[in-house]
Write a protein that binds this ligand. Structure first.
Ligand SMILES: Nc1ncnc2c1ncn2[C@@H]1O[C@H](COP(=O)(O)OP(=O)(O)OP(=O)(O)O)[C@@H](O)[C@H]1O
Ligand SMILES: [Mg+2]
Length: 210
């Protein structure tokens, strides 16, 4: 169970707080969806949950324990918006093992199969994959580290309709094992599979009831 308690983020350089009094609870094996326009604070919220930025007020808790950024970096896996822009290696194998040379081929195979890429040779260059396959590889890069919480920033951005629905089906499968939190400005493909739904405007989060 993830919970954010009265979380605010107001760096000294910004006139207005970027996040204000955010409260959120996400049980395990469920998917939360946060929908808001550009500039509303979605990416900032994910960066705090991933331990890449630190809130100025409030706490992030996991199983009733308050976590520090270093612990959140271990717990959470963040898939950036347009994650394929962050590929750094020349093969799928090296991309998956980057920073984690200890991972066994079995672990890599299991992860690739979890994202529907089992037929791809490990020697394939990431840039040679299709757009949808690159998104799947980006998910695999995070999943192979076994995070307890998977954070996704605009996972359907830039995909055509068929790749968007395939990605939604994949997320529905992944939430059987992981807690997922997705932020987006366009929820159309994801509303059906979300268990919890919030909207965010100017850094303020509001629960949306169906
Ligand atoms: N490092 C920073 N320093 C100052 N302001 C920032 C910083 N990062 C983000 N902001 C501001 O915080 C607000 C929220 O930004 P954020 O990137 O979280 O929005 P977003 O909802 O992800 O937008 P988008 O949909 O365009 O990705 C914006 O007003 C932005 O200008
Ligand atoms: Mg963003």
């Amino acid at each position: 169970m993830l919970s954010l308690n009265q979380l605010s983020y107001h760096p000294p350089a910004t006139p207005q707080p970027i996040l204000q009094g955010v409260n959120l609870t996400l049980p395990p094996q469920e998917m939360g969806l946060i929908v808001g326009p550009s500039g509303s604070g979605k990416s900032t919220l994910l960066e705090i949950m991933a331990g890449l930025a630190t809130q100025t007020e409030g706490t992030v808790q996991w199983r009733d324990q308050e976590l520090q950024p270093e612990e959140l970096q271990q717990l959470a896996g963040l898939v950036f918006q347009f994650p394929e822009r962050h590929f750094c290696c020349d093969t799928v194998l090296r991309e998956l093992r980057f920073g984690h040379p200890e991972l066994s081929t079995t672990q890599l195979d299991e992860t690739l199969s979890a994202v529907g890429l089992s037929q791809i040779p490990l020697s394939t260059p990431p840039y040679a994959l299709s757009g949808g396959q690159q998104r799947r590889l980006s998910l695999a890069v995070q999943l192979v580290r076994q995070p307890s919480l998977l954070l996704l920033d605009e996972p359907t951005a830039g995909l055509d309709w068929s790749m968007r629905s395939q990605l939604a089906a994949l997320l529905a499968e992944l939430k059987q094992h992981w807690s997922l939190l997705v932020v987006t400005h366009d929820p159309s493909d994801l509303l059906d599979i979300a268990d919890h739904h919030w909207s965010i405007h100017q850094g303020t989060l509001t629960a949306v009831t169906a």
